[in-house]
Design a protein around this ligand. Structure first.
Ligand SMILES: [Zn+2]
Length: 572
């Protein structure tokens, strides 16, 4: 039994996530965590909401709520949607937790002790009307280059010129619209990532088993332009983790908070601590996942994320961990994803484009989405959600293949033998061939799941479902029954057992349907089919079952057209 720590990139708090976000980290992380648990490993699966920063403040202001209340409510919403999609977190924490406050301040203190923090003075725009410093992108004005009147203080969207806020003509606050702005001197802390470059490079060089997508992004950031730049870790904001050096006040940093990119990944650790506190576990128990001096040296740590998050997880967060000089656990494997696009364009939270987690669950159960998204995971390139493709995947794989097999077998058995596993007959060459084929495919499925090759695993699982259908079609027990009822009984007995096998191995992908299949078979034997032949006689003759409700309903063309129209515009 191995100990496996799994984290998914933590979703930002400013709204409900779309399906592109879901397949970019949380859903594949759940697939892997579920599979590893089923294979008997000790798994700790952590996630959280990422709650600090200006976008959270602005979203709260737009909703007319204090930011703390907004975050608490949105966390509850995101947690409920995660449950709706069957995401099996051991803990779904919050980066605003007291545990993360203390840990973030602790890490900053350790980095300062190790001479990896530098204080710098900079000039930043202060808005009197807003009573705050404005991040560059929250200052708008006219581009001096092209005359576009909605250029942002960091860049002009129209001509793509990189700008400083002071370059803008007629600058104003993007928050209040006020033009009462002033450039003021302010001090910030910088993490001296440039000092860590050599250590990070050797560490990444040693990760020869990582996906190319992960290491190529890491190397690009490590080597591009000026190389790994020092990065500001503080902001002039109210909402966030107050800047402290461990437990001590930090002179000159009063009223400032840590920058969200610095505290967010530390929440992976804090989430384990929150888990311990919420479940009456000891400090030693959460530390055994995170401290190599306290048991975590035998932990395998796997992270899941979209490609936009790779730089933070391959460079910035490891710089924090290594720079602390403490024996914290570093990641062992990073699985990263390209983007899922939506119907000829991109999913966009800010533009409300695409289908969002709450909308998806309103129209179909989560297994439909889980199957389609996972079997189309954007692993080697971007992939695209279209309603035609979604309809085809659901109807073919889930309804025609898996659902139809379950329905035909249980209904035929009920009509000819009653609702118990029938007795009589024996396996012949067709059954032996099926068992050999399933064994080979199942071993490949296991290898793909171990390697987190999600599309390959899904396609092998689909092939395993297809093999059962082909066997049934060829065995044709409904014909055989007339001349050889014992032979028909043997073939149906095997097929009923195959439903149990399908339930067990499909569970990481479609957990709810797996439960329905197990319930219909009146069994809680969810042992993994290490030996396929033995697994196909787990339910003995005489074992009672019931015919389940339809597992998967087909998506009609009318439904498809209606949903496509409904979700084509902006989300309200
Ligand atoms: Zn411009």
């Amino acid at each position: 039994m191995a100990r496996i720590l799994v984290t998914s990139a933590i979703p930002y708090i400013n709204g409900i996530k779309h399906l592109g976000n879901l397949i970019g980290s949380q859903l594949p992380a759940d697939l892997y965590a579920r599979y590893m648990r089923q294979r008997g490993h000790d798994v700790m699966f952590l996630c959280a909401t990422d709650e600090h920063g200006t976008p959270a403040e602005l979203a709260a202001a737009k909703a007319g709520k204090p930011v703390a209340q907004y975050c608490a409510e949105m966390h509850a919403t995101q947690a409920e949607l995660a449950r709706g999609f069957g995401l099996s977190f051991d803990h779904f924490g919050r980066s605003s937790s007291p545990q993360n406050h203390v840990l973030t301040q602790y890490f900053a203190g350790r980095l300062a002790d190790n001479d990896l923090i530098e204080e710098k003075s900079e000039r930043q725009v202060y808005s009197h009307a807003d009573g705050r410093f404005l991040p560059d992108r929250y200052i708008e004005g006219t581009c001096p280059n092209c005359g576009y009147d909605k250029a942002r203080g960091d860049q002009c969207e129209n001509c793509t010129k990189q700008l400083d806020p002071t370059d803008l003509i007629a600058p104003h606050s993007a928050i209040s619209g006020s033009t009462d702005l002033e450039v003021r001197e302010t001090k910030h802390l910088y993490l001296r990532q440039s000092q860590m470059r050599g250590a990070l490079e050797s560490w990444i060089d040693a990760k020869t088993d990582w996906p190319i997508l992960t290491t190529s992004i890491a190397r690009k950031w490590l080597n591009d332009g000026e190389g790994l730049r020092d990065r500001g870790i503080t902001r002039d904001l109210d909402w966030g983790v107050p800047v402290k050096r461990g437990e001590q006040d930090w002179s000159g940093m009063e009223g400032k908070v840590f920058y969200v990119w610095f505290d967010a990944p530390i929440e992976y650790i804090a989430s384990a601590q929150e888990w311990a506190h919420a479940n009456g576990r000891s400090e030693a128990e959460w530390q055994s996942w995170w401290r190599t001096d306290k048991g975590a040296d035998d932990v395998r740590y796997v992270q899941f994320m979209g490609k936009d998050n790779v730089p933070f997880h391959t460079l910035s967060f490891p710089a924090t961990i290594m720079g602390s000089g403490d024996p914290w656990k570093l990641v062992d494997y990073i699985k990263s994803f390209n983007y899922l696009n939506y119907d000829g364009g991109q999913f966009s939270t800010s533009q409300g484009r695409g289908i969002f987690m709450d909308q998806a669950l309103e129209i179909l159960p989560s297994d439909y989405w889980r199957w389609w998204l996972l079997s189309h995971a954007p692993e080697n390139s971007d992939s695209e959600f279209t309603w035609e493709n979604f309809q085809a995947g659901v109807n073919k794989d889930l309804a025609d293949v898996l659902g139809n097999f379950v329905s035909r077998v249980t209904k035929f058995c009920r009509s000819k033998f009653g609702e118990t596993v029938p007795d009589g007959g024996a396996h012949g060459p067709a059954e032996a061939a099926l068992i050999a084929d399933l064994t080979q495919r199942l071993r490949r499925y296991e290898a793909h799941m171990e390697a987190i090759e999600i599309r390959k695993a899904a396609s092998e699982l689909r092939a395993i479902w297809v093999a059962g259908n082909e066997y049934l079609q060829a065995a044709a027990p409904w014909t055989l029954f007339k001349t050889n009822p014992e032979g028909a009984a043997a073939s149906i007995r095997l097929s009923l057992n195959l439903i149990r096998l399908y339930a067990v191995i499909s569970r990481p992908f479609i957990p709810d349907a797996a439960v329905s299949m197990m319930t219909a078979l009146s069994t809680d034997d969810d042992s993994w089919p290490d030996d396929v032949e033995a697994a196909l006689s787990a339910l003995p003759a005489g074992h009672a079952f019931s015919v389940p409700d339809v597992l998967f309903t087909k998506i009609s063309d009318d439904q498809r057209d209606e949903w496509q129209a409904r979700y084509s515009g902006r989300r309200a």
